[in-house]
Write a protein that binds this ligand. Structure first.
Ligand code: PAF
Length: 281
């Protein structure tokens, strides 16, 4: 596995692959890799000849400087995992390479970025969309892989690529979960043992809410019970727990007629966890 830190070097590598007729995938990450990321790598490897993984802890998507400071960074360990997984190239630029001093551009996806994590983390999605645009243009891959755990992010990236005619196919991959249901996330490493024991309550509440909506129970009542269950389990607060259209993210207050999603973000001590689950009408 090659580790590249500069845009020009990566472009040269990808151009050679493409010239040889090979298909290329990219898996954008912020590092602190876990099995969820590796499942994206495996999906990419099964579909394309070459796989690039990017690791870049993107300062532009952190609205809280403390959160950026605390974000786990383990590049050597991540590189070892990727090498063992058979990844072709790790692209790990530094902040100067992505945001040189004169950098002045921001890319924004209206509407989809506005609710949920967009309301509670102002500026977050503009940071995500700007860096994803850059990474997609830098890598020039045929396919890009994102996890469904960040459901809102996935819908935003799909909109971005369609709106700007970026020539890449976006693949969304199912959330990987621990045996007790907790969605895999780099942030889980920051949970204390006690918080880790409480954390699966988020997924349990989403499953119970999905089943209740499926039985035809009133959406407002179902959401109220789910929020109560999460707080009673030991979460400190809930940023949001809503039912929405799976694609447009429009909030729903009645039983869905199209594919829908329950989205949630909640605080467990100092760690903010997000999760989501499919709901069928
Ligand atoms: O999902 C993430 O890890 C990040 O938001 C992404 C897509 C790598 C952009 O920094």
């Amino acid at each position: 596995m090659k580790t590249l830190r500069h845009v020009a070097a990566l472009r040269t590598e990808v151009a050679a692959w493409r010239k040889a007729g090979q298909s290329v995938a990219v898996v954008p990450t912020m590092g602190a890799l876990h099995d969820g990321h590796l499942s994206l790598v495996r999906a990419a490897q099964s579909a394309t000849d070459r796989v690039i993984v990017t690791i870049f802890v993107n300062p532009a998507q952190f609205n809280d400087p403390e959160d950026l400071k605390k974000y786990p960074r383990h590049e050597a360990r991540d590189a070892a995992l990727l090498r063992a997984a058979g990844v072709d190239c790790l692209f790990a630029p530094d902040a100067q390479e992505i945001y040189p001093p004169a950098f002045a551009t921001s890319v924004s996806v209206a509407r989809l970025s506005e609710g949920y994590c967009g309301s509670t983390r102002p500026g977050h999605f503009d940071g995500v969309v700007t860096v994803v645009t850059k990474l997609l243009l830098i890598c020039g891959a045929h396919k890009a892989y994102f996890g469904e755990k960040d459901w809102q992010q996935l819908q935003i990236v799909r909109r971005l690529v369609a709106d700007l005619n970026i020539p890449v196919a976006i693949a969304g991959c199912p959330t990987l979960r621990a045996a007790d249901g907790l969605a895999m996330s780099s942030r889980n490493a920051r949970l204390t043992d006690a918080a880790r024991a409480v954390a699966p309550a988020l997924y349990r509440a989403l499953c119970a809410a999905r089943d209740a909506v499926g039985r035809g129970e009133a959406v407002a009542v179902v959401l109220g019970s789910a929020r109560r269950a999460i707080c009673e389990a030991g979460f400190a607060s809930i940023d949001y727990l809503d039912l929405c259209d799976a694609e447009t993210l429009t909030q729903l207050d009645t039983r869905p007629k199209r594919p829908a999603r329950l989205l949630a973000a909640a605080w467990l001590g100092e760690v903010r966890l997000i999760d989501n689950i499919a709901v069928t009408g």
